[in-house]
Write a protein that binds this ligand. Structure first.
Ligand code: MEV
Length: 289
């Protein structure tokens, strides 16, 4: 029996634009998904296309138990975390000997297949390796970890990443004259944020601008707008949609002293708040009890 866990992730900047080769910055966060894999003659596992694909790619059969601190379809990378943790646990249980980089690559190709070709390598890379990462096209660069204090606000409105990516794809095909400048501007905001990574006030302003651009792309939702406004009004440096949008989660960058107040404001708007910060471990072997 082998148990592995993998963290969730947030996009600090650049979601959607990364699908078009623009830079984006993502960070692994503390809540995790735990997966136990066991060799078995009569394998049982939760119904999940991601888990099915993991076994297919690794060429074995086994039972799986999943325990997740991440809500699925919320934009926190739960499918990538399940996929990476499952691959790592299969790798150990069956002695397959894949490296961490190979696991990240296989996980990415699984996400891309299950999401009908629409995925950037961000989620799978970040949750395999932890920390903060700059993604540009297929290139990934690890950034020095920053102790950013974040409050995640879950709107509890489920969304489909594939559908939201398709929505932006349709806009870009029909109206490249509108969509392309917005995607370029998101890329520019990401670069501005990187140049000001030590200045949280400017980072917060960059988040606000990034949020406005995501709304212009059509991935906003009344519930995420409510949480973003509540977070800003209660003392966050800035707040934005994180992930695919259309519901899902927002993040607020906060001064340490304002975290609980921001979390309270999010809960008062019927969102679920998670106070969190960076996870630097990535996929991790857990003890089997
Ligand atoms: C989803 O978390 C982020 C998107 O940019 C899609 C992707 O990068 O695969 C919308």
């Amino acid at each position: 029996m082998a148990t592995w866990s993998a963290p969730g992730k947030v996009f600090l900047f650049g979601e959607h634009a990364v699908v078009y080769g623009k830079p984006g910055v993502a960070m692994a966060i503390k809540p995790r998904v735990f997966v136990t894999v066991k060799k078995s003659r009569n394998p049982t596992h939760p119904k999940s296309p991601y888990i099915d694909e993991c076994f297919k790619r690794m060429g074995v059969r086994g039972s799986v138990y999943v325990n997740s601190q991440l809500q699925s379809s919320s934009g926190l990378g739960s499918s990538a975390a399940v996929t990476v943790a499952t691959l790592c646990a299969i790798n150990e249980e069956f002695g397959i000997g894949r490296t961490r980089d190979e696991i990240a690559d296989i996980a990415f190709s699984i996400e891309r297949k299950v999401q009908s070709g629409r995925a950037s390598p961000t989620d799978t890379y970040v949750c395999t390796n932890g920390g903060m990462v700059l993604i540009t096209g297929t290139s990934k660069r690890r950034l020095p970890p920053q102790g950013l204090q974040l409050v995640v606000g879950n709107t509890l409105v489920p969304h489909s990443t594939a559908k939201m990516v398709e929505l932006v794809g349709t806009l870009q095909k029909k109206h490249p004259d509108i969509a392309d400048p917005i995607l370029d501007a998101i890329g520019a905001v990401t670069l501005a944020a990187l140049h000001n990574i030590n200045n949280q006030k400017v980072l917060g302003q960059c988040m606000d601008t990034n949020n406005a651009l995501l709304e212009a792309l059509g991935v906003g939702h009344p519930a995420s707008s409510r949480l973003v406004l509540a977070a800003r009004a209660s003392g966050a440096y800035g707040a934005k949609i994180t992930g695919a949008g259309g519901g899902g989660c927002i993040i607020a960058l906060c001064p340490r002293r304002a975290k609980s107040r921001v979390a309270g404001a999010i809960e008062a708007c019927e969102g679920k708040a998670i106070i969190t910060t960076i996870d630097t471990d990535g996929a991790r072997r857990e003890k089997n009890d």
